[in-house]
Design a protein around this ligand. Structure first.
Ligand code: UGA
Length: 453
C-alpha cells in the first residue's frame, strides 16, 4: 500500500547502523542529521577510525561534509563493539555487504548471517532490526526466525525490511531525499514506528510504500534487474545500429521522448559495472533457480551477455582503429572507475577493456580522477598516470571509457598536438564527436555510424 503520511509525528530514536560501508556510513550520518542518536558499528577498526574523523575510505561527494555536520551535533558515534551496539539501539539497521559468492552466481550472505548470529544473543530487550542490505528473497524471513531463536527476549526482537536504492556518487541526496521509501513488515506497528523515524524525510512528500517482507526484498532485486535490462536493451539496439549504420544516440533520444519509456538509463556505451547491478542480476537468477522459477528470469542471462559483449566490442573497434593489431601500440585509457563521480572499480568495464588490451600486447596507460589508487592495487600490471594529458602523450589511440566531466573538457585541438595519432574511441557516447572530427581526429563510438563521414 502506498500512503501519504506527511503527517506522521517525528520520534527521535536510538539507532545503530551495523556495517559502515557506502550504505551504512551514509545512512548513519543522515540519521544523525535528522535528529536521531546514532551509533555506527563496523568490524573494521581502520574504517571506524577514519569515520570518527569525518573521513571515508572511499570517494563519495558530500559524504565527508555530512559526517562533519553529523559528528558536530554530538548525535553520531562509532564503535567496533557488538555488545555496545546491542545495548544502545532501539532500532538496528543492518547495512553489511552481500557480494557475489566466489563459487557461484549466488549472493554471499556470510556477513549478514555473521552479524545477526553475533548480535541476536546480545539483544536483551524488545527492539526492531531493519534490514537494508540487498538479499535474495526469503533471507529476511530466515533472519526473523534466527533473531527470535537466539535472542533472550525471543520474538520481541522484530524484523522489518527497508531496501536501499541509493546510487554511488549521489548517495547523500538519495538518502536524504529518496524517490520512495519501501518498508516490508510483519505488523503495521513496525511500519508506524519506521514512519515516525523517517518523518523528516517523508515531509518532502515522497511515496511511502508498506509491504510484506517478501515483496520488500523483491522490490530491490526487481529495480536493479529492470535498470540493467534497460541499459542492455539500448546496448542491444547499439548492436543493431552497428550492423545497419544507424545511430543509437538518436534512437535513444527518439524513443526516450515517449514518457512510458523515458530517456534515463538509455545511455548506450560500454555497459554497466559496479558492485551492484552485475552481482544483483546474477544473484536474482540464482535465487529464481532455487525457487524453481528460473524460466521467469531466463532473459536476464541475455541482459548479462549483451552487457559483457560491449567490452569485447570496444576491444574490436580499438583494434580496427589501430589497423588490425594492438601489439606494441600505445593506448591511452581515460577512466578506470565503473562510472564517473566514484572511485569504485568493482567490475569496471573500463578496467576490463584496459586489461584485455594489455594482455594482447598493447602498452596501456590509464588515467582516472579518483580511482587510480584502487585501480593500481587491483591491476598492478597496468601503467597509471595522474594526468590525462600524460596518459594521452604519444599515444596511438585514446579510449574514453568512463565519462568523467574532466574528459569532456579536454580540448580536441590541444590534445591533437600531443598524441602520436589522432584516433579516439568514445565508448560512452559522451564527447563532442563533431569537435573532434573538426580537429582532424579519426573518431569512433559504440552504436554510432562512423562519424567522420
Ligand atoms: C545502482 C542503482 O542505480 C541504485 O538504485 C542501487 O541502489 C544501487 O545500484 C545498489 O544496488 O546499491 P550504482 O551501482 O551506484 O547504483 O550505479 P548506476 O548509476 O546504476 O550505474 C550502474 C552502471 O550502469 C554504471 O557502470 C554506469 O556507467 C552504467 N550505465 C548507467 C550505463 O551504461 N548506461 C546508463 O544509461 C546508465
Amino acid at each position: 500500500m502506498t500512503h501519504d503520511i506527511a503527517a506522521a509525528e517525528f520520534a527521535p530514536r536510538r539507532i545503530t547502523v551495523i556495517g559502515c560501508g557506502y550504505l551504512g556510513a551514509v545512512h548513519a550520518a543522515a540519521m544523525a542529521t535528522l535528529g536521531h542518536d546514532v551509533l555506527g558499528f563496523d568490524i573494521d577498526t581502520d574504517k571506524i577510525a577514519l569515520l570518527e574523523k569525518a573521513e571515508t575510505p572511499f570517494y563519495e561527494p558530500g559524504l565527508e561534509s555530512l559526517l562533519t555536520e553529523a559528528l558536530a551535533t554530538g548525535r553520531l558515534r562509532f564503535t567496533t563493539s557488538y555488545a555496545e551496539t546491542a545495548a544502545f539501539g532501539d532500532v538496528h539497521f543492518l547495512c553489511v555487504g552481500t557480494p557475489q559468492s566466489a563459487e557461484s552466481n549466488a549472493a554471499d550472505l556470510s556477513y549478514v548471517d555473521g552479524a545477526i548470529e553475533t548480535l541476536a544473543p546480545l539483544l536483551t530487550r524488545p527492539c526492531l532490526v531493519v534490514g537494508k542490505s540487498t538479499v535474495p528473497v526469503g533471507t529476511a524471513e530466515r533472519i526473523r526466525d534466527t533473531l527470535a531463536e537466539l535472542s533472550p527476549v525471543g520474538a520481541a526482537v522484530r524484523l522489518a525490511w527497508n531496501p536501499e536504492f541509493l546510487r554511488e556518487g549521489f548517495a547523500v541526496t538519495d538518502t536524504l531525499t529518496p524517490d520512495r521509501l519501501v518498508v516490508g513488515v510483519d505488523a503495521q506497528g513496525d511500519a508506524d514506528e519506521l514512519a515516525a523515524l523517517y518523518q523528516p524525510v517523508l515531509i518532502h512528500g515522497m511515496p511511502w510504500v508498506v509491504t510484506d517482507l517478501a515483496t520488500a526484498q523483491l522490490v530491490k532485486s526487481a529495480a536493479n534487474a529492470f535498470l540493467a535490462t534497460k541499459i542492455s536493451f539500448i546496448n542491444a539496439m547499439a548492436e543493431l545500429c552497428e550492423a545497419t549504420g544507424a545511430d543509437v544516440v538518436a534512437l535513444a533520444d527518439a524513443i526516450g521522448h515517449d514518457v512510458r519509456i523515458g530517456r534515463k538509463f538509455l545511455q548506450a556505451g560500454l555497459g554497466f559495472g559496479g558492485g551492484c547491478l552485475p552481482k544483483d542480476l546474477r544473484g536474482f537468477m540464482a535465487r529464481a533457480e532455487e525457487l524453481g522459477v528460473d524460466q521467469a528470469l531466463h532473459f536476464l542471462r541475455d541482459v548479462d551477455d549483451i552487457n559483457m559483449r560491449r567490452r569485447r566490442r570496444a576491444v574490436e573497434v580499438t583494434t580496427q582503429l589501430l589497423g588490425g593489431s594492438v601489439t606494441g601500440a600505445h593506448i591511452a585509457v581515460l577512466g578506470a572507475a565503473f562510472k564517473p563521480d566514484s572511485d569504485d572499480i568493482r567490475d569496471s568495464p573500463a578496467l576490463d577493456v584496459a586489461t584485455i588490451l594489455h594482455e594482447r600486447g598493447a602498452k596501456v596507460r590509464v588515467h582516472d580522477p579518483k580511482a587510480l589508487g584502487n585501480a593500481r592495487r587491483s591491476r598492478p600490471a597496468l601503467s597509471f598516470v595522474d594526468d590525462p594529458i600524460d596518459a594521452c602523450r604519444d599515444s596511438d589511440v585514446v579510449l574514453h571509457l568512463t565519462e568523467w566531466k574532466v574528459y569532456r573538457e579536454l580540448d580536441p585541438v590541444d590534445l591533437g598536438k600531443i598524441v602520436a595519432h589522432k584516433r579516439i574511441l568514445d565508448a560512452r557516447n559522451a564527447l563532442d564527436s563533431a569537435a573532434y572530427v573538426r580537429a582532424g581526429w579519426d573518431v569512433r563510438a559504440l552504436g554510432r555510424p562512423n562519424v567522420n563521414r
